[in-house]
Design a protein. Structure first.
Length: 319
């Protein structure tokens, strides 16, 4: 009996010791679920400005593709293991490709001016959580891979929306732009986000808009290209004509343009973005004068004006 009591006492003591260890162990943040897209205030002038913009609009603006780091313990040699969170513009859900190349901005004064430009000229047109991207990355240049019969080449674009970030180029050339050029640049940036929203959530409303160019293209009969898809353009046998004759404002720069011979049309999202940009410019008179000889362009413009007006009311976009 005495031995039994001793055993029970030892077991009880071990349990107390075990629970005591649990009680004394300090809890600490794992940092595994850190939100890298929340900006914190800083004494640095540029980073403080970015924080104020984030506080106002809720979207982070970055100027480096490495947006944070953390130390995850040490390796077998005692050296710190550092994890870096990186914005990869070419990241895809199933693969990583090299279709997008960026040149990071390095001049802090130019970056400051670009952040102010985003705050004052771009973000008021996106003043809704439905239109804002995950983040913006300001860079000096964005080049996309393009293709032609003679091989691949790089084409510079002003803006590019990827899964990880919306890229905005020309930071190093922004201050040299005229007021008119800056205004168009601002609407191009905003239109990229508008197009992403519309093509995802307003498919039914966009159907009449798409059908104008589709009907024109599908009803012809020698060589041309229809709306190119996100995975690659599809060729139809229709006569070559100026892309505006088919209701487009531009051709696809992802492939070579051969005047008088052939070209690829923009895909649906780029077509929407082109028209949204014109609507956001809000100059009907200038647009109608420029495209007065292209009836399908004028029809698509009127349709897009109605769609943008409706969505602004739905999302309570003040601009």
């Amino acid at each position: 009996m005495k031995m039994k009591n001793i055993i029970i006492g030892c077991a009880y003591g071990m349990l107390l010791s075990l629970f005591g260890c649990f009680h004394e162990a300090e809890l600490s943040e794992s940092k595994q679920d850190r939100d890298w897209y929340i900006l914190e205030d800083s004494d640095d002038k540029l980073d403080h400005l970015r924080y104020l913009v984030f506080e106002q609009y809720g979207v982070p603006i970055f100027y480096n593709d490495t947006i944070g780091s953390r130390t995850d313990g040490t390796d077998v040699y005692g050296n710190p293991v550092i994890y870096y969170e990186i914005l990869d513009p070419s990241y895809d859900l199933v693969s990583v490709n090299d279709e997008i190349e960026i040149k990071l901005a390095t001049n802090r004064e130019q970056i400051m001016a670009a952040v102010c430009f985003m705050r004052d000229e771009v973000l008021p047109m996106l003043n809704s959580t439905g239109l804002l991207p995950r983040c913006f990355l300001l860079v000096d240049s964005v080049h996309a891979a393009c293709f032609s019969s003679s091989g691949a080449y790089r084409h510079e674009v002003n803006v590019c929306r990827s899964l990880m970030a919306s890229l905005v180029g020309r930071v190093d050339r922004l201050e040299e732009m005229s007021d008119e050029a800056k205004k168009r640049f601002a609407v191009e940036i905003a239109a990229e986000e508008w197009a992403s929203y519309l093509t995802q959530f307003k498919k039914e409303e966009l159907s009449p808009f798409y059908s104008i160019s589709e009907t024109e293209v599908y009803s012809k009969s020698t060589t041309y290209s229809k709306y190119s898809s996100n995975t690659g353009p599809a060729t139809l046998s229709v006569p070559y004509k100026d892309y505006r004759e088919y209701g487009f404002l531009d051709y696809s720069h992802w492939e070579a343009y051969q005047e008088g011979s052939s070209y690829k049309t923009v895909n649906k999202q780029y077509d929407v973005a082109d028209y949204v940009a014109e609507v956001l410019l809000d100059d009907d008179e200038a647009f109608e004068e420029k495209y007065k000889n292209y009836k399908w362009v004028l029809q698509k413009y009127e349709l897009m004006k109605g769609i943008v007006k409706t969505v602004k009311a739905e999302l309570k976009v003040n601009n």
